[in-house]
Design a protein around this ligand. Structure first.
Ligand SMILES: NC(=O)c1ccc[n+]([C@@H]2O[C@H](COP(=O)([O-])OP(=O)(O)OC[C@H]3O[C@@H](n4cnc5c(N)ncnc54)[C@H](OP(=O)(O)O)[C@@H]3O)[C@@H](O)[C@H]2O)c1
Length: 319
């Protein structure tokens, strides 16, 4: 059996270590991709620590990772447009299949798109999960538009920096929270108002809003619960750290507002649209730090500090 180099967790004790695992076999309409870079997301870290998706893992070692950018090495069939050599980016189906902290992934063609021409693989790997989450919350659900007032918590993080840009692109009035070092950066992304969450309570500064994009939940300072008070009657809160606030729906009803949780899914078509916005320069991706694949544990340590500006990426092979 052919094997490949990867970073995985040997069991559910939380240690991320190099491992050799079977190289995936492409089936049916999948593409086999040689991974050049892999993005790091909080869900990877939560799973490594025994939370997140750990209960769904059925075999060990488990290779983590959703985001990848790389090169097609096997297409579904000869005439398929994603020919060998095509540069693509996308999301894996972890934990149903091997993750992207590995030399190869085999994924549905519906989960990938051509890599933005203007981005390196290291930049492109930072995009899929975070940008698709932001797109789902801001565009698909909130339907961002001119005149809409949107409060975005954690506007400088992986999801947040895309959410701020998408909401501003569609004309919304964006109010973003971030810490002191990001107060100057968030307006560059399109925030009309920035609230330094280390200096002020956002309820005192935000005014009334139509939508809250909640990327903090009740992980810190009851941010989610407190957000209900800034929504207009009937306004909408969309919560991403779903495990942190199990009573979100009941709490919203009691406050006279609407709420929904959100779960991202691989979506090649939406990635194609996001790709065009990246190549046109209308939105940008910010890569905060790049680590070598073998240093994935250090990448998780940095992510766990909770102050990433944009994204952390792993270099898997040379471009
Ligand atoms: N349900 C889903 O499908 C889904 C998808 C993606 C992500 N998520 C979840 O959504 C959350 C955000 O994900 P992410 O990838 O954006 O995480 P991330 O990149 O690690 O977010 C870090 C950001 O959080 C900000 N932050 C920390 N404490 C804050 C506070 N009290 N108020 C405002 N901002 C604060 C930091 O900004 P400062 O340094 O400026 O404080 C930092 O920029 C995570 O819990 C993740 O698991 C869920």
């Amino acid at each position: 059996m052919m094997t490949m180099r990867a970073m995985g967790i040997a069991d559910d004790t939380g240690a991320l270590a190099p491992c050799d695992v079977p190289k995936p076999t492409k089936v049916n309409s999948e593409v086999l991709v040689r991974v050049v870079a892999a993005g790091v997301n909080p869900i990877d870290s939560k799973t490594r620590a025994g939370r997140g998706l750990t209960p769904a893992i059925t075999s060990w070692p488990a290779v983590l990772g959703f985001d990848f950018s790389g090169v097609v090495v096997e297409s579904p069939y000869e005439a398929h447009p994603l020919k060998p050599g095509t540069e693509v980016f996308g999301m894996t189906a972890f934990p149903r299949s091997c993750g992207s902290y590995a030399e190869y992934v085999s994924v549905s063609t519906l989960s990938v798109a051509r890599k933005p021409r203007s981005l390196s693989h290291l930049e492109a790997a930072a995009v899929p999960l975070a940008a698709l989450t932001a797109w789902g919350m801001v565009v698909d659900i909130a339907k961002a538009h001119e005149g809409q007032r949107v409060l975005i918590h954690a506007g400088s993080g992986g999801v947040g920096h895309f959410a701020v840009q998408f909401a501003a692109y569609f004309g919304a009035h964006v109010i973003a929270t971030g810490s002191t070092r990001n107060v100057g950066w968030l307006p560059e992304l399109g925030a009309a108002q920035v609230i330094d969450h280390t200096q002020a309570r956002f309820e005192d500064e935000a005014g009334t809003v139509d939508v809250v994009i909640d990327l903090v939940g009740n992980v810190h300072d009851d941010t989610g619960t407190r957000s209900l008070s800034v929504l207009r009657p009937g306004g909408l809160l969309i919560n991403a750290p779903t495990g942190s606030w199990p009573t979100v729906l009941d709490d919203a009803i009691e406050a006279g507002v609407r709420a929904t949780t959100y779960k991202v899914a691989p979506d090649g078509q939406a990635l194609n649209v996001i790709c065009r916005l990246l190549d046109s320069g209308d939105i940008h991706v910010n890569v905060d730090r790049v680590f070598e694949l073998v240093d994935a544990a250090a990448a998780h340590t940095l992510l766990d500090e909770g102050h990433t500006r944009g994204k952390i990426v792993l270099r898997v092979t040379d471009e």
